[in-house]
Design a protein around this ligand. Sequence first.
Ligand code: G3I
Length: 345
Amino acid sequence: DIPSLAETYAEFFPIGAAVEPGQLAGLKADLLKKHVNMIVAENVMKPDAIHPTEDSYNWTNADKIVEFAKTNGMAVRFHALVWHNQVGAWFFKDPDGKPMVDETDPAKRETNKKLLLERLDKHVRTIVGRYKDDIKSWDVVNEVVEPGDPDGMRASDWYKIAGTDYIETAFRAAREAGGPDVMLYINDYGTDDPRKRDILYGLVKDMLDKGVPIDGVGHQTHISVHGPLVANIIESMKKFAELGLDNLVTELDMSLYAWNDRGDYGDDVPSYIVNRQAERYRELFDAFKANKGILGGVVFWGIADDHTWLHNFPVQGRMDAPLLFDKQLHAKPAFWAVVDPSKLE
Ligand code: G3I
């Protein structure tokens, strides 16, 4: 019988995992119950899943996750109220069905913006209002920064129609609907990259100066055995902590492949890669523990290698193995590296 990951880290921070409703029974559920004390929906709380058309909400799958968490004494995170992906096209169409982004008339653009922000406000209030007692940790906006786009802001429909006002509207509505004790996060990937980090920092600082209620930064932390440096990840957290913000690791996994690598180890993953993954996980968690004061939790994007978004990405047919448990749900060297490294020696 192996130690529990969440119990091992109990004195430091909560440990979470992303789940799909279909994983909440059987062996996968047992694994989750033993090792994590927080869950987040991998897909079913995203805008298109929970609010597919203007007049309909689909609570069924989201409720399943909340119920499972309650039954098992786990916390729940909400991912995500606002995203440019997995969002219904209805948000961005004017009353005639025309895409708002195509509008050139300035007066109509103003009306469209107002309508979009009203829809957003209602979306946020409805969802936060429903779950505020059961969900205390919220990804309010996801992936709004993009260094390659104008102003460093992702050129999504949200931004093209409403500028950064959509971010402000989403946070203010979430606070009003959720009250003072919900934690509201701005979530993004690549926050260790100094260029992206500084844009995000500037945005967050502007928002805070305007009184926008942001409580923390979610660092997705989709990393690889080859990078980035753990020191950069921690440095970024320290910067945001200086603004008085919480940091959360929200989507942790560690691909066997560098970002641009299109190769495929197949079933013969070299042992140096397996060992490197374990060593890097250990280094990362040692740094997390040393910085527990500025880190509110660590959430994995999945729990075992049988199910990860990295399968077939970016190479069709290539499997990855980014988590602490293998396809058979057994503990990997990476698990022992963060729970009891003496077992590896
Ligand atoms: O639900 C449909 C199903 O009906 C259909 O038959 C099937 C065929 O493709 O697709 C299913 O939808 C898939 C969905 O996951 C649910 O399984 C989508 O194709 C697939 O694109 C989607 O992928 C998700 C991805 O976000 C979408 O962008 C991944 O599971 C999810 O892990 C991933 O998560 C994101 C975070 O939200 C944000 N940060 C990055 C992270 C990894 O990309």
